[in-house]
Design a protein around this ligand. Sequence first.
Ligand code: FES
Length: 253
Amino acid sequence: MTSGATTTQTIGFEIARYLPGEDRAPTLRHYDVPYRPEWVVLDALNYLKDEVDGTLSFRWSCRMGVCGSCGAMVNGVPRLMCAAFLRDYLPGPIRVEPLANFPIERDLVIVLDDFMQKLRAVKPWIIPGDRPPPADAEYRQTPAQLADFKQYSMCINCLLCYSACPVYQHEEEFLGPAVLALAQRYDHDSRDRGNSQRHELTWSDEGIWDCTFVGECSAVCPKHVDPAGAIQQAKVESTMDWYRSVLWPFGRR
Ligand code: FES
């Protein structure tokens, strides 16, 4: 098969199917899908759901790499299905499984509870403290202040980084790459005064100090966020804070 293949040609898929209460474990089921070079894996799954098997379950919404809901293992690598072109997997077959390191709800749908609970715990929103709001009701930032956190704000919570992280695979308590990068995003926001509320958790053993800097989280991120870098940056800040507390125990900083 070539990239010039016509629509009469097909490409094979091995898709994980799992129905709780009926199946003891996920199994791979084979499907043939019309090959179209402009199609992505998500298009092929929607074809199967519409034309072949309406019970196939998977999440998606935007089809443009924004909502973060279509993550899956594609040939063993965490990918957004809406950004994985069939032409890059010729001649197939393409294996599609749920994101690794998460319980499975059904087929390719994972259980998000652990991530959502950890996300809420680090308070990923601006905590203004007791400063009165500016008279004109706007908190202005310089370009440099924005650049300090902007990269971390690009996260779409797709969880590809959790799927790639060997620490999260073995340490259930680990807060994980996206949550720690988002905490860093707000810690570095000049409008925020909530650092001390976050650090009790993010600077703990289950937070930044569990990370062994493998870096796979940053390698798989579809939005080019660098969670591994965010965590190492936070380690430096935590260490500096500890030294300051030793050198100036009465609060002089
Ligand atoms: S469908 Fe929204 S990121 Fe893929």
